[in-house]
Design a protein around this ligand. Sequence first.
Ligand code: AMP
Ligand code: GLY
Length: 417
Amino acid sequence: MKILVVGKGGREHAIITALVESPTEAEIYSFPGSDAIFELAKPVDATDLPTLMEFMKTQAIDLCIAGEESYLVTGDGLANCCADAGIPCWGPPKEAAQLEASKEFAKEFMVRHNIPTGGYAGVDTVEDAQAAIGGKYPTVLKFDGLAAGKGVAVCLDKASADEFIDEVLGQRKFGEGRLLVEEFLDGPEISIFVSVVDDEYQILAPARDYKRIFDADEGPNTGGMGAVSSLEMLDNALRTQIDNEIVKPTVEGLQKDGLPYRGFLYFGIMLTQDGPKILEYNCRFGDPEAQAVLPMITGNFVDYVFEGAKGNLQPEKIEFMDGWSICLVSASAGYPESSRSGDVISGFENVEGSRIFHAGTRKNADGNFETAGGRVYVIVARGETREDAVSRVYAESEKVSFDGMQRRTDIGTRNFV
Ligand code: AMP
Ligand code: GLY
């Protein structure tokens, strides 16, 4: 079987590792990929969606997996093109991928299907933004488009709101798009990952990520500085509530709206005093949550995804390990405002009993890995208890370093009682 995985980050490195370790043998291709990924997968001779599709057809690729979201909504849409070519795709058509690409589309979907979420208004002008905020802080402002997790600001006061409104509507920092003003929701967050296959679904292990750059959840938002996963994070009552109030109505809503969906669907949820409320959908696995969740999966991941992409959800093909999995991100100097490339990374060879997934790295002329992006790599460790996993992931991460490295010291401890 030939499988092509789209993406190049730590999540895709984790997905490809899970495929490689699966008992069904597969030849894996990666686009655009990275030097670390190319140790497991073959590169693809393509530059854009049309040339990628050409490659898939000539190579007779059996399964396409969308690791990241951008190609799902580019041009005619990755999954739409795969459907035309008769190639099973794990990732939704562009119409359904609007759930992630347009926050306003997602909010309208939630309201239409009575899925609990915070109030909101979509605005185009500074005046309308101010009116929607109505002088009430904290307020949450979101750019209505893809912004790699950086188009969201939780503003505690007018000064920070004014600044973000100017970035979105004045400077157009993220490109063209509206601004969403959202009700501020308070509580612990949880990410729920679900495999959706048309009208069927399976809830996978939950996770929690840490979005701020600094300890104690301070500083600007990032793509995520670490993540924790365990089945123990949801008791049965809460799991059932989230299923009944959020997941099931979402899958039914997709059906009612004529939006076929096959792939991972990510629910960002806030556990508020008034019950769980959805913050956002993503049409893919989380990054870095995938790096924590996927190493906990046993069984046959290749068959699971292949059958799912063909329309057969087979939950019995995979199982989740007990215990806790924690992934810790090391980021480069300047992140998240910028990122510094070219700092040589040393010590990977000393890491034991843990996973290393590369995000922003490349091989230099000497064959050593160096930094080449904001989030550089993650180390993932498992433990019977959360405390075990925390101490292991930190002990192993200590062994690897590079100039300018940034790493939080409270991943897996903060936001747990
Ligand atoms: P999003 O990309 O929409 O998930 O937002 C990124 C992060 O901003 C979330 O993980 C939350 O920590 C925070 N956030 C988003 N929406 C809200 C909200 N309505 N209330 C409070 N925090 C929010
Ligand atoms: N970790 C958040 C995301 O993948 O969007």
